[in-house]
Write a protein that binds this ligand. Structure first.
Ligand code: PLP
Length: 528
């Protein structure tokens, strides 16, 4: 450990972070994975500029170099979903620099202006869309834009030098070592998990850890390349750091590298990354996106579950940010479990076409085929919902009518009666699309036993025996198989079938013409 070593102050740097990023503990994931050492997340996604993320640490040094060179505009390149472009726009805005973003994609339509691109627009960047070209071809557009700007008397700076960007994570690693040292001995971090990608974040982090005497094992989860390629990219940057900052030990002995969480490739989700995204969101309220963080956290989960990271050893996962990309990812169908549409299938919608055609005539607006299909499917949904409500209401009114014509001998408990009526009113209100309380509803603050009310409603619909008034122990009454052959007991103790032949009295002789009784009968009942 070299506690006194810090990045040389003569390296140009601007300040974008004013404090260490927080460590957040994940107790619910610890419980789910059976991990008994602490599981921490280092929240570099929470750096408070432009939506946060790892590239802000690199931008401290990129913009430091830009300002030292007298730049007045920065150029940054990437895909339209690029976090680096968004954060360059944010940091440039903060430092009063202009930002030109070159995207190797086609210009988006208005509805595609979302996620990182939307934020870059808001943060005042200007854009050039050069079509879906390769990274190297994109590089020539960057050089061309820089030359044009210089010719126009501007001072452009091109963001992206890997070694300069890596300085940011040399600082990030030292910051985490310091945070670990502030923990009680015995609970300090022994493992750190981070994504393996282009390399600046990883090489800088490994250099910082090496400088600090390698207090943790670093687990690199490849989210982009196979192991050999990832290793060589990281190593190239690491060696450059050694050349600029001084030689340190080899990084491989204190790292473990994995490409088994990559799945079908960069930016393509896997079942494990889907699970990680959902688990951390639903258990800890921690948001991940599909390209970088979901796979990294999926790898961490697997290493914890499998005991590769020993159960009692404290571990930290670096959250590198990127959450604004989640919205574009969802729009592209990369986030699993989101229904593509809540409309009914087209066959069902087609059945209703004549209905809608009847409504499209002179004086109406043509909505186009797609719009028409949408209207049709909404109508189908609404009609189905209305049909359900009409059926329920018809059933309830039938039962109310029967009950009023044949009041049962067993008097309804006043509270029960009130509840039943309230249910009917509620049904009616909901049928009419009202949600506010109705006159005569229980006054505000009155306790309502909804379970009891449900039983009352079920009884009214003939689906269950009437519930006991709350708190009253009462014998079970016989229940008929359907409302048509329901039996009602009169005051004199006889049983009638109101829907059957008028005033049918059950006697030992005619009892077999009645539907069989269900349930246990403990009170006065027809003798069978
Ligand atoms: C959210 C996020 N995580 C991780 C990375 C990988 O960082 P690096 O390019 O330094 O390897 C990136 C790169 O853009 C990123 O946006």
């Amino acid at each position: 450990m070299e506690p006194t070593w810090t990045i040389p102050p003569d390296i140009p740097r601007v300040q974008l972070l004013d404090r260490p990023t927080p460590l957040e503990r994940m107790p619910n994931i610890e419980a789910l994975t059976g991990h008994r050492g602490a599981l921490w997340v280092k929240r570099d996604d929470s750096i408070p500029i432009g939506g946060g993320g790892n590239k802000l640490r690199s931008l401290e040094f990129w913009l430091g170099e830009a300002e030292a060179a007298g730049a007045d505009i920065v150029i940054v390149a990437g895909q339209i979903v690029s976090n680096q472009c968004r954060l360059a726009a944010a940091a440039a805005a903060k430092r009063g620099l202009e930002c030109l973003i070159i995207h190797n994609s086609d210009a988006p339509s208005r509805s595609q202006v979302q996620g990182n691109h939307l934020l870059s627009v808001l943060m005042g960047a200007s854009f050039r869309f050069v079509g879906p070209v390769s990274e190297s071809e994109r590089g020539s557009y960057v050089a061309q834009a820089s030359a044009e700007l210089k010719a126009a008397g501007r001072q452009p700076y091109i963001v992206g030098d890997h070694a300069v960007g890596a300085f940011g994570y040399v600082v990030g690693a030292l910051e985490l070592v310091q945070q670990s040292l502030e923990m009680p001995p015995g609970s300090r971090l022994l493992h750190v998990v981070l994504p393996g990608s282009m390399g600046p974040t990883e090489a800088g982090f490994l250099y910082g850890v090496a400088r600090a005497g390698a207090p943790f094992t670093v687990h690199l989860i490849s989210i982009e390349y196979e192991l050999d390629e990832m290793d060589s990219r990281i190593d190239a940057i690491y060696q450059e750091l050694c050349a600029r900052l001084g030689m340190v030990v080899d990084w491989k002995p204190f790292t473990r590298r994995y490409d088994r969480y990559l799945g079908d490739g960069y930016a393509l989700p896997t079942a494990a990354s889907d699970e990680a995204m959902r688990l951390f969101a639903s258990e800890e309220g921690l948001l991940l996106e599909t390209t970088y963080t979901a796979k990294t956290f999926a790898g961490a989960l697997d290493l914890l579950r499998a005991g590769v990271i020993p159960k009692r050893e404290a571990c930290c996962v670096l959250h590198t940010g990127g959450v604004p990309a989640l919205f574009a990812q969802a729009a592209e169908g990369l986030v699993s479990g989101i229904p593509q549409s809540t409309s009914p299938p087209p066959e069902q919608a087609l059945k209703c076409v004549p209905l809608v055609k009847a409504g499209v005539g002179p004086g109406t607006t043509s909505v186009g085929e797609e719009g028409l299909a949408r209207v049709v499917s909404q109508l189908v949904d609404q009609i189905a919902a209305l049909q359900q409500r009409v059926e329920l209401l018809t059933q309830v009114s039938k039962e109310v009518l029967i009950a009023s014509q044949h009041p049962p001998a067993r008097q309804q408990h006043p509270q029960q009666k009130e509840q039943a009526t309230s249910m009917e009113r509620r049904e009616f209100a909901s049928f009419c699309g009202r949600t506010a309380s109705l006159p005569g509803d229980a006054p505000a603050g009155t306790a309502v036993d909804w379970e009891h009310n449900d039983k009352v409603a079920a009884a009214a619909a003939g689906l269950a025996p009437p519930p006991l008034p709350m708190g009253v122990d009462q014998p079970t009454v016989p229940t008929a198989a359907s409302s048509a052959d329901r039996l009602v007991q009169l005051e004199d103790g006889t049983w009638v079938q109101p829907n059957g032949p008028p005033e049918t009295v059950v006697t030992p002789d005619n009892r077999r013409s009645f539907a069989p009784f269900r349930g246990k009968q403990t009170g006065p009942k027809p003798k069978l």
